[in-house]
Design a protein around this ligand. Structure first.
Ligand code: F58
Length: 849
């Protein structure tokens, strides 16, 4: 121990403990933080102490680069992207920060010298689950790519105290428990109590004439609380750029409730304080029931106003006039959750900064761009006017004014078309009347984009058609992408090493170079190495499945994986119909020879979505029966891995042979899991939906298992009076499968359990499972046939990984930069691994406040 302390002391005179990147300085930094932050020494340190000591050491290095980034940005004053998102799913930070800083191997050696295994510390980290699924994960991939491409950017959002619920599976059912992710502290964040803004709420407005005779509106709120900034540094890969993820945490406004204290109502005031904090307390799961929830609207307003006030503060430091705000910032609205920003920026500019309406509107409509992530009508946000009025009375007035001017423009262009006016209005007049957030976003943005080609086309042709008629030039497509750093390098180090050995380094920044792999696709020895990488990951997943589900899967079987939110449109139950089909075939002919398969599922259902929860029950119920039936042993296995997260995904994607992307065509905006699987060499079975279409174009139709109705066939089928029962009656195998479920085969004879699911399929089948069943089963047969031919399968797998370069989120960000944000990279001036130059100089007393 004395030696450890001596070493720490000595290091100060050499490379800086806080900033150096040599093995020695990292080891000393680790010991230093273990002593002075954790108050522990090696002999008694827990894994958590060790993890934190390392995390703090890495954070020092991030902050060092962050300071240089800020200094560079202050000097150059570059155009900046602000990404407004109610959700972020960044995944665990330790591994990715080490990777992006390029010090993973050094850190590994530094710890090994102390007898500590880096992988254990990486595995120890829990992740911030501040999102529901794809939308939140996309935000995190874009943040990684923005920093990597050296684009000045800030990600704004909410620091929920409780993230997405933790999913347990009890007796085959989903059980939700709270996710107390901050329980042991979060070493990555830096709290900034000085960066805080007032958030007003409720009350009424007063219209007054000021000294100059101008009409002014004063909002007299019922309540005021504060949003405090909590920052997480986001470092780019192989660059010195560190951008910020700035999340807002709600606090009581200091002194606001002073009169309560004065009245002697001390406890009332304290309770009020805790009530303020509930605003950032919990992430809403994407439940239909939650639409219209007061707290959710409050959350949206809360993070939007804090973020805009923060941008205005930064803008003021540039000395430029407010009327040029949009030249400094390009603000992306990640879906409609932050769309209230359109009204809030108007309020801040007109009411609080005294800009005239036209100037303010000019700024506003050149500031925002809106990304849509769904075509499902039930997912389009709208807020009941009475609720809106009671929380945000001034915003409602502003929205009415924006709408009146907008509808005048529409009438001007389309005289006598009142039906159109009603359709595009920001206000839905159906009682009790609603604010349509997508319309507000469209009217207040200079760009509107979908997230895959098909999705963008359908947006323009269906839900946003009238807006497309008005402003075709506003519409863009920006196909999603995922970061190859997290989803290949971190998740699949064996594959990354093979790629680097074959192609040389640099493919992770220039994934088009992966195409060079095509030359090796038939090479027997390369194929052998490819399979051994996959095999290793399959063994790891088998161990995890055994541990978490008590199910043994054979790594030589075909791993057939579906990992995503559980939803009827994503059709996990179609997958189940296939499992039961195989089960039924084997039961009818026990000597049947099939390719052994392990069906592996992961995904959460919204707590209030009964049908999705029933789908989870069905998967587990079928698993129960199949896994213990000796007739099918060695041929079929079913496992449901609880609590899908970014971290768990990192184990799933590399291990999959087959990726299930089987949504009803036209329903999945893009999908991003499809990309993560394929980059790791899984083959896709999928419909022509979302980004599947473009994945298939890239990897080649011959390397993709396509089935099912197209989007236009889906629309036609439904409008022609679809009768699922006819399909059931016309397909004996399908009939047996459905009858097995209905007859209680998987529910211990209980015919009632899955009846709601079967009733829906037989009567409505909104997502056309029965219509696509035969095509799906036939396609799965082709999958099995192909898998028999190992060399062919391996070739297809290599070609998939080789041709996925388009789906790097670097390309996505480049698309946004070019066609929407109009921003350029700003490389950061970084002094290197030694202490920041500006540190030692103490400002003269006159400069201190
Ligand atoms: C997803 N949306 C899309 N929403 O479903 C997916 O196709 C797409 O790839 C992804 O966005 C990224 O563009 C999504 O994840 C949500 O989770 C919402 C959260 C808030 C409540 C409503 C759902």
């Amino acid at each position: 121990m004395a030696r450890q302390r001596r070493e720490v002391a000595q290091a100060a005179s050499r490379e800086s403990i806080r900033t150096g990147s040599s093995e020695e300085s990292l080891r000393l930094a680790f010991l230093d933080n273990l002593f002075y932050v954790q108050g522990r020494f090696l002999e008694v340190a827990s894994i958590d102490d060790q993890y934190k000591a390392l995390a703090y050491s890495i954070r020092d290095r991030l902050l060092h680069r962050w300071v240089s980034t800020v200094q560079t940005y202050q000097r150059i004053n570059p155009r900046t992207v602000c990404y407004l998102s109610a959700e972020y799913l960044p995944g665990p930070f330790l591994g990715s920060n080490l990777l992006n800083l390029g010090i993973e191997e050094t850190a590994r050696k530094a710890l090994a010298g102390l007898g500590i295994d880096l992988n254990t510390l990486i595995a120890h980290e829990e992740e911030p689950g501040l999102g529901n699924g794809g939308l939140g994960r996309l935000a995190a991939c874009l943040m990684d790519s923005l920093a990597t491409l050296q684009i000045p950017a800030i990600g704004y959002g909410i620091r929920y105290e409780y993230g997405i619920f933790t999913q347990l599976i009890r007796d085959g059912e989903q059980v939700e428990i709270t996710d107390n992710w901050l329980h042991f502290g979060n070493p990555w964040e830096v709290s900034r109590p000085q960066i805080a803004y007032d958030v007003k709420l409720g009350g009424h407005t007063e219209h007054v004439t000021d000294d100059l005779g101008h009409l002014r509106v004063r909002w007299v709120p019922h309540d005021v609380f504060r949003g405090v900034a909590i920052d997480t540094p986001i470092v780019g890969y192989g660059v010195s750029t560190v951008n910020l993820l700035r999340l807002w945490s709600a606090k009581a406004a200091e002194g606001f409730d002073f009169h309560a204290f004065n009245r002697g109502d001390y406890y009332g005031a304290v309770l009020r304080e805790t009530r303020s904090e509930t605003i950032s307390k919990v992430l809403y799961p994407n439940d239909e029931q939650d639409l219209g929830k007061r707290l959710r609207l409050l959350q949206q307003h809360f993070f939007v106003t804090c973020s805009l006030q923060d941008m205005l503060r930064v803008h003021r430091t540039t000395g430029r006039p407010l009327a040029r705000f949009h030249e400094k910032f390009s603000v992306q609205l990640n879906d409609t959750h932050p769309a209230i920003a359109v009204a809030e920026l108007m309020r801040l500019l007109v009411d609080e900064s005294r800009l005239d309406w036209d100037t303010a509107w000019n700024v506003t409509r050149h500031t925002f761009a809106y990304t849509n992530h769904t075509l499902l009508p039930e997912a389009l946000e709208k807020w009941p006017i009475p609720l809106f009025q009671s929380l945000l009375p001034r915003h409602l007035e502003i929205i009415y004014e924006i709408n009146a001017r907008f509808l005048d423009e529409v009438r001007g262009r389309n005289p006598l078309d009142e039906a159109r006016v009603r359709r595009v209005s920001i206000i839905d007049e159906t009682p009790p009347r609603f604010v349509r957030m997508a319309h507000l976003a469209c009217v207040g943005s200079f760009a509107i984009n979908g997230v895959a080609e098909l999705h963008s086309r359908l947006l323009a042709e269906t839900v946003l058609r009238d807006f497309h008629d008005l402003w075709p030039e506003k519409f863009h497509n920006t196909t999603n992408g995922v970061t190859p750093r997290r989803f290949v390098m971190l998740s699949n180090p064996g594959l990354a090493a093979l790629l680097t050995a074959t192609l040389g380094g640099g493919w992770e920044r220039e994934p088009a170079r992966l195409r060079e792999l095509e030359r090796h696709a038939d090479d027997a020895s390369f194929q052998e190495q490819w399979r051994s990488v996959k095999r290793e990951r399959k063994e790891m997943l088998a161990a995890l499945v055994a541990e978490r589900c008590g199910v043994r899967v054979d790594p030589s079987s075909l791993y057939d994986v579906q990992a995503k939110r559980i939803h009827e449109y994503k059709r996990q139950h179609l997958n189940v119909l296939h499992i039961i089909t195989l089960y039924h075939r084997i039961k009818c002919d026990p000597s049947l020879e099939i390719i052994p398969r392990a069906f592996i599922f992961g995904g959460k259902a919204a707590p209030g979505y009964a049908m999705a929860k029933l789908m989870i029950r069905l998967i587990n119920a079928v698993g129960e029966v199949v896994n213990r039936d000796p007739d099918v042993a060695g041929r079929l296995r079913v496992a449901f891995l609880p609590n899908l997260s970014v971290k768990l995904g990192q184990t799933l994607y590399p291990a999959a042979d087959l990726s299930e992307q089987i949504s009803t065509a036209g329903k999945e905006a893009s999908g991003t899991g499809n990309m993560k699987f394929s980059m790791n060499g899984a083959l896709t079975i999928g419909t022509l939906d979302g980004a599947n279409v473009e994945i298939r174009e890239e990897v080649g139709a011959e390397n993709f298992f396509l089935f099912g109705l197209t989007e236009s066939e889906v629309t036609r089928t439904l409008s022609a009076g679809y009768r699922p029962r006819d399909i059931y009656n016309g397909n004996p195998e399908l009939k047996s499968v459905i009858d097995l479920i209905g007859g209680g085969e998987f529910s211990g004879g209980d015919r009632g359990l899955f009846q709601p699911l079967i009733d829906h399929l037989m009567r409505h089948d909104t997502y056309l499972l029965l219509a696509d069943y035969a095509s799906y089963i036939a396609c799965q047969e082709q999958v099995s046939e192909t898998y028999r031919d190992t060399r062919r399968w391996t070739r297809m797998s290599i070609l998939n990984a080789a041709r996925m370069g388009k789906f790097s989120s670097d390309r996505t960000v480049e698309d946004y930069c070019r066609s929407i944000w109009r921003v350029e990279p700003t490389p950061v001036d970084f002094s290197g691994d030694h202490a920041p130059r500006s540190l030692p100089s103490v400002p003269p007393p006159s400069a201190r406040r």
